[in-house]
Design a protein around this ligand. Sequence first.
Ligand SMILES: Cc1cc2nc3c(=O)[nH]c(=O)nc-3n(C[C@H](O)[C@H](O)[C@H](O)COP(=O)(O)OP(=O)(O)OC[C@H]3O[C@@H](n4cnc5c(N)ncnc54)[C@H](O)[C@@H]3O)c2cc1C
Length: 425
Amino acid sequence: MTSQPHPDSYYAATRNRAPDYPALQGDIETDVCVVGGGFTGIATALTLAERGYSVVVLEQNRIGWGASGRNGGQVIGGFSGEALMAQRLGPEVADLIWDIGWRGNAIIAERVQKYAIDCDFKYGYMDVALKPRHLRAFEAYHEELQRRGFGADVRMVAKHEMRSVLGSDAYIGGLINRRSGHLHPLNLCLGEAAAAASLGVKLFEGCEVLAIEHGPRPAAKTAGGRVRANAVVLAGNAYQRLETRRLSGQVFPAGSFIIATEPLSEEQAQEINPLDMAFCDPNYVLDYFRLSADRRLLFGGRCNYSGRVPSSIRASIEPRMHKVFPQLRTTRIDYEWGGSIGIVVNRVPLIGRLRDNVYYSLGYSGHGVNMTHAAGEILADAIGGTLERLDLFERVGHWRIPFGQALGGQLVALGMLYYRLRDWL
Ligand SMILES: Cc1cc2nc3c(=O)[nH]c(=O)nc-3n(C[C@H](O)[C@H](O)[C@H](O)COP(=O)(O)OP(=O)(O)OC[C@H]3O[C@@H](n4cnc5c(N)ncnc54)[C@H](O)[C@@H]3O)c2cc1C
């Protein structure tokens, strides 16, 4: 496969300067080899480097080329499948699961500060309700957040107060959380990669890993060479094609797409998003939006679960944006792009081991900016011999849809039709 540049997007157009990392030539040895240069791969590499390991990262395209460089930039605590995991594993690990859900936010904040990463990071996030049942769920969550000490960082907003936090009549209330927020994801990923490189991590771009050679010291093989290590980490998420015998039929690519308007005036920005927060509705097929640092509205949504790109991203997303913000009907759209998220049937991220020395972390079901960072720490712990948190994910149990990816994709599309119907009810 030929290496691809970052796809055209607002993020690619505003990315910070970053080095071109070389392609792998020849054979090298390291403690840990990471396959995939998105948040999962880079967060794992950086955590390991901070702990003194030698690490190599192999990325088939550019660092941040995948979902990590294209997403909505919403840093939202918790993770998909968290409630199911807590229910299956029982109350004795409920606190541990909760902590995992919020650990990623803390890691991101620490790294942005420690490595001075310029990525427009801001606190402020709101879940917005379309239906009374959404509000009831937010109220229950708000109570839990209060029990867990979030205090004044979280608050419910009633319908009559909505205009003070959002210039839209589309929602009937919501829950503000000031421990979640938003940022420029590609610049975070590039900044973390630079931090990792400064600690000695060797990053390679344009080198697809073609196979994993298993053994006491497994190796990742590319067209140009081989990296032999004590441990290998698979971090390709929805773009992952390796080890299909074990991993296919468990993570399915789904398309999510974003448009970015021209920069809004200060008055418009103040009117539509006075507190400069990120917003998300709770539908399975959801809308999410926020302002960029230069005041563009970045509005995203899920269009399909087939993994196919719609013929016009703008035509799919713009009507949804106008429904929420009719006042932006004449606003120009400057960018449109999309990417693949990795969906897992029960939504619990797939974190575990193929063997004692080959690890994977995939499938955040569209909620991965924070969770990839927690996953990086969980994998680094496991490689160092502390398996407590990895073990939870291995214990939870995942469905594997038989007959390969093709049929699996169709089944997920059907499953998503079911969820779309539930959204309508
Ligand atoms: C449009 C969109 C919007 C989203 N919005 C949000 C959001 O607002 N908030 C949120 O929490 N989550 C969001 N997500 C999800 C989030 O972006 C992902 O969960 C997260 O980025 C996954 O990171 P990752 O590193 O696991 O995978 P990726 O970022 O996809 O990286 C995987 C990398 O592995 C590489 N790779 C794969 N196979 C190989 C191989 N054989 N050899 C070498 N390299 C390989 C790929 O090239 C890719 O760069 C969104 C996703 C999309 C697509």
